[in-house]
Design a protein around this ligand. Structure first.
Ligand code: G3P
Length: 214
């Protein structure tokens, strides 16, 4: 499973990249806004740190606007993936951009049939938001199971990119289901490294090392 970091904060991206576990980056307008920096500056900084797919989201709501923004974003660098929302105009934009060879990440997916439409429209990635479904007492991971099954049934090549990941269990289940990618905040990546027996074992090794004659 590929691991993307879900942030626009360059310090967090650097920290995760130094761990050697990051395959790409996803941003969205809220994450960019949190940085307090201009969008283009944020993208340029990320491109210098990570050599992998970097999702940058359009903000237009109409097809023509999405297409124009998407083409401009794609011109920045070959690693840019254009993120478009899962609306009627977003599907049209996904088809038009994909036909021009520009990879699309279709975002704000909350149902398996939305995901099927994105695959038919040629999206490179579908982003189902598991945490936000959990927030309204629905089972976010069940959506991932359904999308993976549907894509397998019909050999769709769109990659399932699990988004709105809030905890290590979301990651474990994504890997067990066979999702292609998960995009994860730095906090969750760090949580994945922790195990009490690792800490206990390390303490014991260091204590025993002190007893070795010097
Ligand atoms: O990038 C989209 C997604 O991962 C957002 O997550 O935590 O705001 O629901 P969240």
């Amino acid at each position: 499973m590929k691991l993307f970091i879900d942030t626009a904060d360059i310090n967090e991206i650097r920290e995760a990249a130094e761990m050697g576990v990051i395959d790409g980056v996803t941003t969205n307008p809220s994450l960019v806004s949190k940085t307090g920096k201009p969008f283009r500056q944020v993208i340029d900084e990320i491109l210098k740190v990570v050599d992998g797919p970097i999702s940058a989201e359009v903000v237009a709501l109409d097809f023509a606007g999405m297409l124009a923004e998407g083409k401009d974003l794609a011109k920045i660098h070959k690693n840019i993936v254009v993120k478009v929302p899962l609306t009627v105009d977003g599907l049209k934009a996904a088809r038009a951009l994909s036909d021009e060879g520009i990879p699309v990440n279709q975002t704000l997916c909350f149902s398996p049939m939305q995901a099927m439409l994105s695959a038919k429209a040629g999206a490179a990635y579908i982003s189902p938001f598991v945490g936000r479904l959990d927030d309204i007492s629905q089972d976010g991971m069940e959506l991932i199971r359904q999308i993976v099954q549907i894509y397998e049934n019909y050999d769709f090549t769109t990659e399932v990119l699990v988004a709105s990941v809030r905890n290590p269990i979301h990651l474990l289940e994504s890997a067990l289901i066979g999702a292609d990618v998960a995009t994860v905040p730095l906090k969750v990546i760090k949580q994945l490294t922790h195990h009490p027996l690792t800490d206990k074992g390390l303490d014991a090794f260091l204590a025993d090392w002190e007893k070795v004659p010097k």
